[in-house]
Design a protein around this ligand. Structure first.
Ligand SMILES: Nc1ncnc2c1ncn2[C@@H]1O[C@H](COP(=O)(O)OP(=O)(O)OP(=O)(O)O)[C@@H](O)[C@H]1O
Ligand SMILES: [Mg+2]
Length: 271
């Protein structure tokens, strides 16, 4: 099987029917599993290359390309190109130069300098994605790059359109600590609530360096867990009000779901 792309040889030109890849420096530099950065001479910029060979990985990368093409935001990498061969799929996107939020927290500690700015930009990024009817669905510190003064939200492999029925997906994955209960259950339609739930967990980890005490009882209101964090965050009042409203809405919908679930369980027992 001829690889479209590999670390030692870069792109296999025989598999691409044009010579645009001569515009790149000969060898790409690995930055992750199946992810490289590659210097593009004409634009004098790094590009990010992500390649997948297995069925599930290719499905998720196809999904990522499709969704990235539907978002225009300064907080989201720009899709440059998708290349498909019988064996592999390759995504070329803009490269975000900087550490992930996870490594900044590890190296500089919780409440690092600029933490409030990062949270404000993350709110703006989510609002923009949701306006494009896209829910990220895998928001976590590893999927956020602090690139100079601007964050970049990466890894849209698990992202979905608002309203998509997740019971019908061929491949599904989530990060348990950051996932809304309905996303974990997998029996619902996609809602921006998934990202707001993850946002509050990310904010807690960023400010306090540890996961919040959630999941002890499914009925524990999120307001009790996160409200004081918002008030102490130093975010402008406008953002604080917006986030407090998001919390109240999340709690309301979670309690409605719980009531419906309890009623369904009771009916099951009665029948
Ligand atoms: N556009 C980008 N710019 C810079 N670095 C990137 C970009 N996209 C991905 N990376 C780097 O590659 C790593 C893996 O990318 P990504 O999260 O998209 O893939 P993944 O298959 O989900 O991997 P993982 O399972 O590690 O999350 C990221 O943590 C990041 O370091
Ligand atoms: Mg990732």
């Amino acid at each position: 099987m001829a690889a479209l792309f590999n670390t030692h040889e870069g792109l296999n030109p025989g598999l691409v029917d044009r010579d645009v890849y001569t515009e790149y420096q000969s060898l790409p530099l690995p930055i992750g599993k199946g992810v490289w950065r590659w210097w593009h001479w004409p634009s004098e910029q790094w590009h990010c290359i992500k390649v997948r060979s297995h069925k599930s990985g290719r499905y998720l990368l196809d999904n990522e390309c499709q969704l990235l093409a539907g978002i225009q935001s300064r907080y989201v990498p720009r899709l440059i190109e998708k290349v498909t061969t019988p064996d592999q799929t390759m995504m070329v996107s803009s490269y975000a130069n900087g550490p992930t939020l996870a490594s900044v927290i590890r190296q500089q500690g919780a409440g690092f300098e600029g933490c409030s700015q990062v949270m404000m930009q993350l709110v703006d990024a989510l609002v923009e994605c949701h306006r494009s009817r896209i829910v990220h669905c895998d928001l976590k510190p590893n999927n956020l790059i602090l690139s100079g003064s601007t964050i970049q939200l990466i890894d849209f492999g698990h992202s979905m359109d608002i309203g998509r029925d997740i019971t019908k997906l061929p491949y599904r994955g989530f990060s348990p600590s950051y996932s809304h209960p309905a996303l974990k259950d997998g029996k619902t339609a996609v809602t921006p609530d998934f990202d707001w739930y993850a946002f509050f967990v990310v904010m807690h980890v960023s400010f306090y360096g540890k996961l919040p005490a959630l999941n002890r009882a499914p009925s524990t209101p999120l307001m009790g867990v996160f409200e004081s964090m918002i008030q102490r965050s130093g975010l402008p009042k406008l953002y604080q009000r917006y986030l407090t409203q998001q919390l109240a809405d999340l709690d309301l919908r979670l309690s409605q779901k719980l009531t419906t679930k309890n009623e369904a369980d009771e009916n099951k027992h009665r029948n």
